[in-house]
Design a binder for this molecule. Structure first.
Ligand SMILES: [Zn+2]
Length: 132
């Protein structure tokens, strides 16, 4: 069994003309390519962190009442997406760590009655928390 690394032997590559050169242009190409792409700004990170905190509150309040997750009106495809609590948390954490969410994963035969909107959660939490 030979993986990609085993197939492309280092010796088969042409010699690097900049080897040992501190001004090697490859050095300056590599770094921004990683930093530039799919990284959240500080403000975006704060929003995701706040959403994760809200999500934990909403789940704690609503899961026991039979709510299975959040329904989102998707701006990309115009359809509703159903996210179970755990899946939504995983998506947000992935967004935090990798700067992007995984592609749409349709829920398996969701029952729309078991899902509520983010706005509903917010209103519900406000009402419950101000009630006490
Ligand atoms: Zn969509």
């Amino acid at each position: 069994m030979t993986g990609i690394v085993g197939v492309v032997s280092h010796d088969a590559l042409p010699p690097d003309p900049f080897a040992g050169d501190p001004n090697d242009p490859a050095l300056s190409i590599d770094e921004p390519a990683v930093a530039d792409q799919d990284v959240l700004s500080a403000g975006e990170r704060d929003e995701v962190v706040a959403d994760l905190a809200d999500l934990a509150v909403y789940q704690a309040l609503l899961e026991g009442r039979g709510v299975r997750g959040i329904v989102v009106d998707c701006g990309d495809c115009g359809e509703q997406h159903f996210h179970e609590w755990s899946l939504l948390r995983a998506s947000l954490q992935q967004l935090l760590e990798e700067g992007q969410m995984r592609p749409h994963e349709p829920a398996f035969d969701p029952d729309p009655a078991s899902y509520v909107t983010w706005e509903y959660c917010r209103g519900y939490a406000d009402a419950v928390l101000s009630d006490s």
